[in-house]
Ligand binder design. Structure first.
Ligand code: PMP
Length: 448
């Protein structure tokens, strides 16, 4: 094995897939095997693997101006164009945008800008951030503490106490309901828990609540009807800002421009990465409202600078990649396409897998979905040690489809936005075969 500390990997594992090239929704390994990339890499390769226009935009930019930082009075046209374009797209009034390199650092930037803002307006005590159980927001120090998945916290001494992070219930009815509770009762109960917590902590000490409109890495949770409406009313009542982490759901993924649109969220802050450039170049964006930006000016003047920024904030090639990606989304009506094929994916997943003996719940919206694999369809009991997810992912791979098991036994789908209906048919036929064999092998192992 090469001397690499592989990210988010079991460091004892020796099996690896070495990818060599990509084409459309497909990738090919070094043994010549062809796979459908059913998770768009890591929820990011929206335009697939051979978009010549984005590649040309990047190489043109590299040939013209391969680098410019954006500190202390420097700017460049691709950055200006991208900021103006994004500001016009997002449902945030008078939006200002801080650029970074990854979803994690974008969330850290938001965390710091919130502190900066509340210090600036003389409310330094308004510092706590609410996050949800099963939320995923990245792995840098602040983002890693906002994440609630055990593997991202354990052994890292996270969450970092000084960050003042509060955790509230995950809005997942299937795994979180109590007894015969209805969806509406479930929503009311978890939001009552949240209000109790807000009052116990004192609303004046809470800055914002971060949320993925639909979660990704924690199992593709689509909150029940009514949840976001009531949640936002509660947060507004207590003066807590709504921070939407759209790193996965941004740009057509849920069948609309943003997950916020699909789920009826009016955000104050938004985080983007991944599909912002279709992953052809790393770039992220932390969007804040103009009223927040305006208050950040005075302290920056007092100290001399707004003292936060990365060498690669607004990298010209990254901006060129993002600009071209956004242009293609618009020109080719890819959000409309995602809505159409997304409805088809959701319908076909339900038609094919609702009655499958290994599947407890089929969930998702647009082109993001998951099958919850269970040991008992009636009770919804889980499969020990995430073994269901691991076996199914391997079987899918053996059948030419790359998927990812998240939160143990949720088999996640998030194909490139360019996928077509025949390609969805092909993918699901292969997954059906894989789940049939997974069911037999898990049964033989005594896990069902
Ligand atoms: N937020 C969300 C919702 C994510 O899904 C991810 C990555 N999967 C991140 C943040 C972190 O992004 P990155 O891996 O680019 O740091």
């Amino acid at each position: 094995m090469a001397p690499v500390v592989y990210p988010t990997t079991n460091l004892t594992a020796t099996e690896q897939m070495c990818l060599e090239r990509g084409e459309g929704i497909y990738v090919f390994d070094d043994k010549g095997n062809k796979y459908i990339e059913g998770l768009a890499g890591l929820w990011c390769t929206s335009l697939g693997y051979d978009n010549k226009e984005v590649i040309a935009a990047i190489t043109d930019q590299l040939n013209t101006l391969p680098f410019s930082h954006t500190f202390g009075g420097k700017t460049h046209q691709p950055l200006i164009d991208l900021a103006e374009k994004l500001a016009a797209m997002v449902p945030v009034d008078d939006a200002y945008i801080f650029f970074g390199n990854s979803g994690s650092d974008a969330n850290d930037s938001h965390y710091k800008m919130l502190r900066y803002y509340f210090n600036a307006i003389g409310k330094p005590e308004k510092r706590k951030i609410i996050t949800r159980e099963r939320g995923y927001h990245g792995v840098t120090v602040a983002a890693g503490s906002l994440t609630s998945l055990p593997a991202n916290l354990a052994h890292f001494d996270a969450p970092v106490e000084a960050l003042s992070i509060l955790r509230t219930d995950a809005p997942h009815y299937y795994t979180g309901r109590k007894g015969n509770e209805t969806e509406a009762q479930f929503v009311d109960r978890i939001l009552q828990n949240l209000e109790d917590q807000i009052l116990a902590e004192d609303p004046d000490t809470i800055a914002a609540m971060i949320m993925e409109p639909i979660t990704g890495a924690s199992g593709v949770i689509v909150p029940p009807e009514g949840y976001y409406e009531k949640l936002q009313a509660l947060l507004r009542k207590h003066g807590i800002l709504v921070w939407a982490d759209e790193v996965i759901t941004g740009f057509g993924r849920t069948g609309a421009d943003f997950g916020c649109t699909t789920m009826g969220i009016k955000p104050d802050l938004m985080t983007f990465a991944k599909q912002l450039s279709s992953a052809y170049f790393p770039i992220s964006a932390s969007v804040i409202p103009g009223w927040m930006y305006k208050e950040m000016v005075a302290p920056s003047n007092e100290v001399g600078v707004f003292g936060h920024g990365y060498t690669y904030s607004g990298h010209p090639a990254a901006c060129a990649a993002a600009l071209k990606t956004l242009e293609i989304y618009e020109r080719d009506n890819l959000f409309g396409h995602a809505a159409e094929v997304g409805d088809y994916l959701q319908a076909e997943l339900r038609r094919i897998f609702t009655d499958h003996p290994l599947v407890g719940e089929v969930r998702g919206k647009g082109l993001i979905a998951a099958l919850e694999l269970v040991s008992n369809k009636t009770t919804g009991a889980t499969i020990a040690g995430g073994k269901g997810g691991a076996v199914a992912v391997k079987a899918c791979q053996d059948n030419g489809v790359i998927l990812r098991a998240v939160a143990g036994n949720a088999l996640a789908f998030c194909p490139p936005l360019i996928i077509t209906k025949p390609e969805i048919d092909d993918m699901l036929t292969r997954v059906k075969t894989a789940l049939d064999t997974s069911y037999e092998s898990l049964k033989a192992e005594g896990l069902l």
